[in-house]
Design a protein around this ligand. Structure first.
Ligand code: 13P
Length: 251
């Protein structure tokens, strides 16, 4: 049985004070062992202080990106071991904003996943299509190509630390959330692909999250789907009460 996982991707939002207030608020509304797991992904400078506060209520912290190299002359970049040394135990890789705005290729994302695993981090690998791809009826082909290259050299054992997030790009930050049934169709395709690439056990165990305009009032529709194991939430995760509302919707 897969436990639901609700992740907060704060993107480039929240100061350190905002982040601390978020956790204090969660504590005050009695965040106490819900039936699902939660992870918060703040901006890099907030990771160390928030990992200390998050540990008190059992919420791990992750980075939103990393560099594929271990160390060296890469001004402005952050490695897997640096994230881990600051208390991060997770990292998001291949978010569509990294792919589209920062030009990250499928091959680079594959290298970043290897780097994250070498640093013993849990990975959220994001995949998902643009609106044109969906309108052309090529969503499954597109997602399959992302997965095939991103997970090319990953072993079944490595998959223990990898979660997949299906985030249709047209649904991100637009309020145009995918219908749960439409997301389920692609996520069931992803699970079948995992079975073919790895085995039935991996396909059964791997959590697949939906992302794109998730809110407290639409989460239960996703959680009711057989192949949706939680959510990667942007805007609605910035406020503690709203994030808690999403967690409660699956508990
Ligand atoms: P929104 O929830 O704001 O649509 O963002 C989704 C997302 O990109 C999470 O990674």
């Amino acid at each position: 049985m897969r436990r639901q996982l609700i992740c907060a991707n704060w993107k480039m939002n929240h100061s350190l004070q905002d982040g601390m207030d978020f956790f204090l608020k969660l504590e005050s509304i009695d965040y106490n062992n819900p039936q699902s797991d939660a992870v918060v992904f703040p901006a890099f400078p907030l990771i160390q202080p928030l990992s200390t506060i998050g540990a008190k209520i059992g919420i791990p912290i992750g980075g939103q990106n990393l560099n594929e190299n271990e160390s060296g002359a890469y001004t402005g970049e952050v490695s897997a071991s640096m994230l881990a040394s600051c208390g991060a135990s997770w990292v998001i890789i291949g978010h569509s904003e990294r792919r589209d705005i920062f030009g990250e290729s499928n091959e680079l994302i594959a290298k970043k996943i290897i780097a994250a695993l070498s640093g013993n981090l849990n990975v959220i690998l994001c995949v998902g299509e643009h609106l044109e791809t969906r309108e052309d009826g090529k969503t499954t082909e597109f997602v399959q190509n992302q997965l095939a290259i991103n997970l090319d050299s990953i072993s079944p054992d490595d998959m223990e630390k990898i979660t997949i997030a299906y985030e249709p790009i047209w649904a991100i930050g637009t309020g145009l959330a995918s219908k749960p049934e439409d997301a389920e169709e692609i996520m069931s395709f992803i699970r079948n692909w995992l079975e073919e690439k790895f085995n039935t056990d991996i396909a059964d165990k791997t959590r697949i999250l939906y992302g794109g305009s998730v809110k407290p009032d639409n989460m239960s529709g996703y959680a009711a789907m057989k192949n949706i194991d939680g959510a990667l939430v942007g805007g609605a995760s910035l406020d503690a009460e709203s994030f808690w509302g999403i967690i409660k919707a699956v508990s």
